[in-house]
Design a protein around this ligand. Structure first.
Ligand code: AMP
Ligand code: ZN
Length: 116
């Protein structure tokens, strides 16, 4: 299911332009418009899930697949060996701004211990 007024659903539907790095039937990855590192992608399920809180067991294959996509993108972007960080902000205290589950892939430089 997708949500009409969700920013990332609109990106998934290609209604809002983005720099897409990967796409398949279940997952899309695109560049963050305000990157905080040389590599900064957002990887999302196309299905609208609000946050980690909505990852019930039926979504385990999807999330496993999504992490396979993250591995592949890390390889393509050359950060597999140098290292990278996957961040998922959840809820207000977690600093989540966009209410559609997303994983930040950050790398290309030594990252500060603290993000956000
Ligand atoms: P979060 O704080 O985890 O919810 O992060 C939301 C992220 O979405 C931020 O890093 C924003 O820079 C990014 N963002 C917001 N609008 C867009 C957009 N239209 N395309 C790509 N990234 C976006
Ligand atoms: Zn959405």
């Amino acid at each position: 299911m997708q949500v009409d007024d969700c920013l990332f659903c609109k990106i998934a539907r290609r209604e809002i332009p983005s720099e897409v790095a990967y796409e398949d039937d279940e997952v899309i990855a695109f560049k963050d418009t305000q990157p905080i590192a040389p590599v900064h992608l957002l990887i999302i399920p196309k299905e609208h899930l609000l946050s980690v809180n909505e990852i019930t067991p039926e979504y385990e294959p999807l999330i496993g697949h999504l992490f396979g996509v993250i591995q592949r993108l890390a390889q393509e972007l050359g950060v597999t060996e140098s290292g990278y960080r996957v961040v998922t902000n959840t809820g207000a205290d977690g600093g989540q701004v966009v209410g559609h589950l997303h994983f930040h892939l950050l790398g290309g430089q030594a990252l500060n211990a603290k993000i956000g």
